[in-house]
Design a protein around this ligand. Structure first.
Ligand code: ATP
Ligand code: MG
Length: 406
C-alpha cells in the first residue's frame, strides 16, 4: 500500500481524498479527523441530513449498493473506510476492485455475523488467552430442539440473532427451553446464537489500530456501563478495572486484530465475569470493525484519537502509539435529554453544563431528537479521577442522565 499523503494531489491535480461508507456520527468524526490533517473527504450516504454528509466536501447521496454511487466514491477517493457495522459486504467488495478498503470486506463480514465472529474468537483463544461465553448455534428447528434437549447448561441464556443486532436489539433473554422456542419464533426463526447468561461484574472494551504493514497500537481498556442495551457511560482512567484484567483485555484485543490481519480501527468488547477468584475472569463478547462509541473520550483525553488512527491506518501513514493525558468520563447523550416527561422538546441547560470545568460537548448535528437516539456525548477531563467523577456527577444531575456509577 503506497501511502496517501495529506495535501498531495494526483496527476490531474485533484486533492488527496478519503471516503467513508455511511453518514452517521462515526463518519462525521472520521471526516473531522481527516479534514484536520488536510484531506478532502467524501461520504456515501442516502440520507439528505446525515451527520457526516453535512460536514464532508463531497456527499454522494445514493443507496450503499448503488453502482453509480460506488463508482463515484471510488473515482473521488484514494482509499475508503466504513463507519457502520452493517454496511453491505457487496459494496466493500465492489470498492475493493479499484481502491484500498480498510477494514476489508472479509473481516467486516466476520464481525457482521455472530456465528462467524464467535468461531473466530474460539479459533484464536489460545493466542488471545480469552474465550467467549458458552454458546450454541441455532439455525434450524433441529438445532433448536438439540439446544432444548442437550444444552440446558446454556439456560438461563440470551438468544441473539446472528446478524443485524445492535444496541441490544435482536436479543431475547430466555429462562427455560419453552421460552427459548418462543424467542426463536419471535425473532423470525432466523440464524441465532444461544449464549449462556453470565454473572457480569462489569464490561470493558479495547480499541486497537492496525496498519497495512502490520503495525499495531492500542488504547488502554475503558470500562463501559450500558442502560437498556445502549452504552451510557465510559470510564477511561487508570484504576477503572483490575490491572491484571486490563492487561489481559488489551493483549487479547491485539491478538484478535492480528489474527484477522485487520487494517483499520477495531473495537473488542469484553465481559468481566464473577468466577470466585479475586478479580474474576475475562470473556470476549463481540467486536466492531470501526471506531466505537466507547472510544469517543479519546478525542479529548488522548493526544491521538481513535478517528485519527482510522485515518492514519487507511491512508498508510505511521500509527503513533496514543497517550492518554487526562482521566476521562464520557456520558452518552440520547434523544431523551431533549424530551420532557410528556415527550415535548426542551433545551438542556447547556449553560450550566458548559460552566463545569473540563467538559467537552460533541453534538452530531442530528436535527430530530428521539428517545434512545444517539445525539451526542459529553466528555469530562480533569487533573485527577476524583475531580472528573465529581464533575460527571454534576453533569448527570443537570441533564437527568441514567446509568451513572463510579
Ligand atoms: P452493541 O450495541 O454493543 O453492538 P449488541 O446489541 O450487539 O450491542 P451485545 O453486546 O451482545 O449486544 O449485548 C448487549 C448487552 O447485553 C451487553 O453489553 C451486556 O450488558 C448484556 N449481555 C450480552 N450477552 C450477555 C451474556 N452472555 N451474559 C450476560 N449479559 C450479557
Ligand atoms: Mg455490545
Amino acid at each position: 500500500m503506497k501511502p496517501i499523503y495529506p495535501g498531495s494531489a494526483d496527476a490531474a491535480g485533484r486533492p488527496a481524498t478519503l471516503g467513508v461508507l455511511g453518514g452517521g456520527q462515526l463518519g462525521r468524526m472520521f471526516v473531522h479527523a481527516a479534514q484536520r490533517l488536510g484531506y478532502f473527504t467524501a461520504v456515501l450516504e442516502p440520507d439528505t441530513e446525515s451527520p457526516a454528509g453535512l460536514v464532508s466536501h463531497h456527499h454522494i447521496q445514493t443507496d450503499y449498493c448503488d453502482p453509480a454511487g460506488l463508482a463515484q466514491l471510488a473515482d473521488l477517493c484514494q482509499a475508503v473506510t466504513t463507519e457502520f457495522e452493517n454496511v453491505p459486504a457487496q459494496a466493500l467488495h465492489a470498492l475493493a476492485q479499484t481502491r484500498p478498503v480498510a477494514p476489508g470486506a472479509a473481516v467486516v463480514g466476520i464481525a457482521q455475523n455472530r456465528i462467524e465472529e464467535k468461531a473466530h474468537f474460539v479459533a484464536c483463544a489460545d493466542l488471545s488467552g480469552v474465550t467467549c461465553a458458552p454458546y450454541a448455534v441455532i439455525e434450524t428447528a433441529v438445532e433448536l430442539q438439540a439446544a432444548q434437549d442437550e444444552r440446558t447448561d446454556l439456560l438461563p441464556g440470551i438468544l441473539k440473532t446472528a446478524r443485524l443486532g445492535y444496541d441490544g436489539k435482536g436479543q431475547v433473554r430466555v429462562r427455560n427451553a419453552a421460552e427459548l422456542a418462543a424467542a426463536w419464533a419471535e425473532l423470525g426463526s432466523v440464524a441465532c446464537v444461544l449464549e449462556k447468561m453470565l454473572p457480569l461484574t462489569a464490561e470493558c472494551s479495547v480499541l486497537v489500530a492496525r496498519g497495512w504493514d502490520g503495525q499495531v497500537v492500542s488504547f488502554a481498556p475503558q470500562r463501559n456501563v450500558h442502560v437498556d442495551g445502549i452504552l451510557a457511560v465510559t470510564h477511561a482512567y487508570e484504576g477503572n478495572m483490575p490491572p491484571a484484567l486490563a492487561t489481559r483485555a488489551r493483549d487479547a484485543a491485539v491478538a484478535i486484530a492480528q489474527q484477522l490481519s485487520y487494517v483499520g480501527v477495531l473495537c473488542v468488547e469484553f465481559f468481566m465475569v464473577e468466577d470466585g477468584s479475586e478479580h474474576g475472569s475475562l470473556v470476549v463478547n463481540e467486536m466492531a470493525p470501526r471506531p466505537h462509541n466507547s472510544g469517543h473520550y479519546t478525542l479529548d483525553a488522548c493526544d491521538v484519537s481513535q478517528f485519527d488512527l482510522q485515518v492514519h491506518a487507511m491512508a498508510g501513514l505511521p500509527l503513533p502509539q496514543p497517550r492518554q493525558h487526562s482521566p476521562a468520563i464520557m456520558l452518552n447523550l440520547l434523544g431523551d435529554v431533549w424530551l420532557d416527561a410528556s415527550g415535548q422538546r426542551r433545551e438542556p441547560d447547556w449553560a450550566a453544563v458548559l460552566r463545569l470545568p473540563g467538559t467537552h460537548l460533541h453534538l452530531y448535528g442530528k436535527l430530530h431528537a428521539r428517545a434512545g437516539r444517539k445525539m451526542g456525548h459529553l466528555t469530562i477531563t480533569g487533573p485527577d479521577v476524583a475531580s472528573v467523577t465529581a464533575v460527571a456527577q454534576r453533569a448527570v444531575a443537570l441533564l437527568g442522565l441514567p446509568g451513572y456509577d463510579d
